[in-house]
Write a protein that binds this ligand. Structure first.
Ligand code: 5AD
Ligand code: SF4
Length: 435
C-alpha cells in the first residue's frame, strides 16, 4: 500500500508533511512519487494568497479520475486552507470524492482518521476551531536526508498583521520546551544532518509564552550551537519588531550559526506599515540593518514585500523601492497583496488595481535582480563556506549557507563543508576553487 503527499506553501507545511509521512509509514504505507499508483493521497494545503488556493482547488479536481479508476483510493485534504472559514464545506461540496478533511490543529490524528475511514468508509470532516496544543513524539520521515532537518521551535502567531490569515489558521503562539528542541537537534546531528533549520512564524518571540526569562531565542540559539558535531544552524522567520542585539551578537559569535537573516519588511512606507499593523517604522528597520551589518558585515539579509496593499500610493511604493535600493537585500520575495476573508485588510477601502500591483511587483523584481547580479560580482575573490551536494563530470555542485549554487572545479566528498574561493561569475553562475 502506497501513499503520496503533495505539499503547498511554506517550510512549516513542508515539515508538517514529514510528520504526516511518519504516521502513514507507521500504518505500513510506503511512499510513492507518482499520484497514479497511490492508495492514499494527502494534500497539505496553504491559503496565504488566493492564487495558491485556486491552484490547490484545481489540483484536487484533477483527482476525480483517479478515484473513479480506484474506488478504494483514500483522498485526504489538510493544512491551512481547510482551517480557513468554510473551506471544508466548500471542498466537500465541490469535490464529493474527497474522503477526509482535517485542519492544522489535528494533523497528529491522521493515523486515527485513516484507520477509522478504512473501517467505516464514512467521510471524516474534523477541523478544530481552537486548539493550541503541542504534540511531541510523532515519528518524522524526513525529506532531504543529510542536507536539512526542520525543527519547530514555536507554532502559531500573535501578531495579526492586517493582511495575514496565518494567526486565524495556525492559532496563537506557543513554544516548544527547550529540552525537546535540543533533543531533536541532537538526534538529527547524530544521524548525519549538516543543517538544522529552526522554524517559527516569528522565531524572535520564542519563549514569550513560557514563564522563565532564560527561555528566549538568543539562549536557544546558544544552547543549540553548543551541541557537538559538524553541523550548522539556520532559522526563520524573524520579525523586525522583535529582533534584538542579543540575538545578533549570538549569531555573530557562533560559527555554527549561519549568517543568514530573513527579515520581512513588507513595506517601506510608514503609513502602510501602520495600516499593516507591523509595529515598526522604516527608520527602525534601517537601524536593524545597521545593527546586523555592524556586527556581521557580510550577513546575508533577505526580505518579503507586499505590493498593492490597500491605500498604497505611488509615493508609498517608491518608499519601498528606494528602501530596497538602499538596503541592497541579498534576496527579495515580493508578493501582490491578496484579499483574505476574515482579515482586517480585506475590509479596507482603496483596494489597488491588479494592473498597478503587477507594474509594482515587476519594477521591484527587476531592481532586486539587478542587485543580486551586482552582489554576485562582488563576491568574486571572496572565500565562502559551501556544502558539497553532487559530483558531476570533473566538478562538484555545492551550495552556500544561503542556498546559492557554486560550481567547484574538484571532486568533493558529498555532504561535507568546504571553504572555497569564488573565482568567477558568468551567465548567472558562480564558480570557485578549493581553498
Ligand atoms: N497577500 C500577499 N502576500 C501575503 N503574505 C502574507 N499574507 C499575504 C497576503 N494576504 C506574504 C508576506 C509574508 C509571506 C510569507 O507572504 O510577505 O511574509
Ligand atoms: Fe502573518 Fe504577521 Fe504573523 Fe508573519 S508575523 S505570520 S505576516 S501575522
Amino acid at each position: 500500500m502506497k501513499y503520496f503527499i503533495k505539499t503547498f506553501g511554506c517550510q512549516m507545511n513542508v515539515h508538517d508533511s514529514e510528520k504526516l509521512a511518519g504516521m502513514l509509514e507507521n500504518l505500513g504505507y510506503v511512499s510513492t512519487n507518482t499520484v497514479n499508483d497511490a492508495d492514499v493521497i494527502v494534500f497539505n494545503t496553504c491559503c496565504i494568497r488566493d492564487g495558491v488556493e485556486q491552484k490547490i482547488l484545481g489540483n484536487i479536481g484533477a483527482l476525480k479520475k483517479l478515484k473513479k479508476k480506484n474506488p478504494n483510493l483514500i483522498i485526504a485534504i489538510c493544512g491551512c486552507m481547510t482551517q480557513a472559514e468554510g473551506r471544508d464545506k466548500l471542498i466537500f461540496e465541490k469535490f464529493p470524492f474527497v474522503d477526509i478533511i482535517f485542519g492544522t490543529h489535528n494533523i497528529h490524528l491522521l493515523k486515527d482518521y485513516i484507520t477509522k475511514f478504512n473501517e467505516s468508509r464514512k467521510k471524516i470532516d474534523d477541523v478544530w476551531e481552537k486548539e493550541n496544543g503541542i504534540y511531541e513524539n510523532i515519528d518524522i520521515v524526513r525529506d532531504n536526508m543529510f542536507s536539512n532537518g526542520w525543527v519547530n521551535i514555536n507554532y502559531g502567531c500573535n501578531n495579526f498583521c492586517s493582511y495575514c490569515i496565518v494567526p486565524y489558521v495556525r492559532g496563537r503562539e506557543r513554544s516548544r520546551q527547550m529540552s525537546d528542541i535540543i533533543a531533536e537537534v541532537k538526534s538529527l546531528v547524530d544521524s548525519g544532518y549538516r543543517y538544522v533549520t529552526l522554524l517559527g512564524q516569528n522565531v524572535n518571540s520564542y519563549g514569550n509564552d513560557i514563564d522563565d526569562s532564560d527561555v528566549n531565542f538568543a539562549n536557544l540559539l546558544k544552547k543549540v550551537a553548543e551541541i557537538p558535531g559538524d553541523f550548522k544552524i539556520k532559522f526563520m522567520t524573524s520579525h523586525p519588531k522583535d529582533l534584538s542585539q542579543q540575538v545578533v551578537d549570538t549569531i555573530k559569535s557562533n560559527d555554527k550559526i549561519c549568517k543568514c537573516i530573513h527579515l520581512p519588511i513588507q513595506s517601506g512606507s510608514n503609513a502602510i506599515l501602520k495600516s499593516m499593523n507591523r509595529k515598526y517604522t522604516r527608520e527602525h528597520y534601517f537601524s536593524l540593518i545597521k545593527m546586523i551589518r555592524d556586527a556581521i558585515p557580510d550577513a546575508y539579509i533577505s526580505t518579503d514585500i507586499i505590493v498593492g496593499f490597500p491605500g498604497e500610493t505611488e509615493k508609498d511604493f517608491m518608499d519601498t523601492y528606494n528602501l530596497v535600493k538602499e538596503v541592497r537585500f541579498d534576496g527579495v520575495f515580493a508578493f501582490m497583496f491578496s484579499r483574505r476573508s476574515g482579515t482586517v485588510a480585506d475590509k479596507m477601502e482603496n483596494q489597488i488595481d491588479e494592473s498597478v500591483k503587477k507594474d509594482r511587483i515587476h519594477a521591484l523584481l527587476q531592481l532586486s535582480k539587478q542587485i543580486t547580479k551586482e552582489k554576485n560580482k562582488e563576491i568574486v575573490g571572496k572565500t565562502v563556506s559551501v556544502m558539497a551536494i553532487k559530483n558531476e563530470n570533473n566538478e562538484c555542485i555545492t551550495q552556500t549557507d544561503s542556498g546559492k549554487t557554486v560550481v567547484v572545479n574538484a571532486q568533493l566528498k558529498e555532504n561535507v563543508f568546504y571553504n572555497v574561493k569564488i573565482i568567477k561569475f558568468i551567465n548567472n553562475k558562480l564558480y570557485a576553487e578549493l581553498v
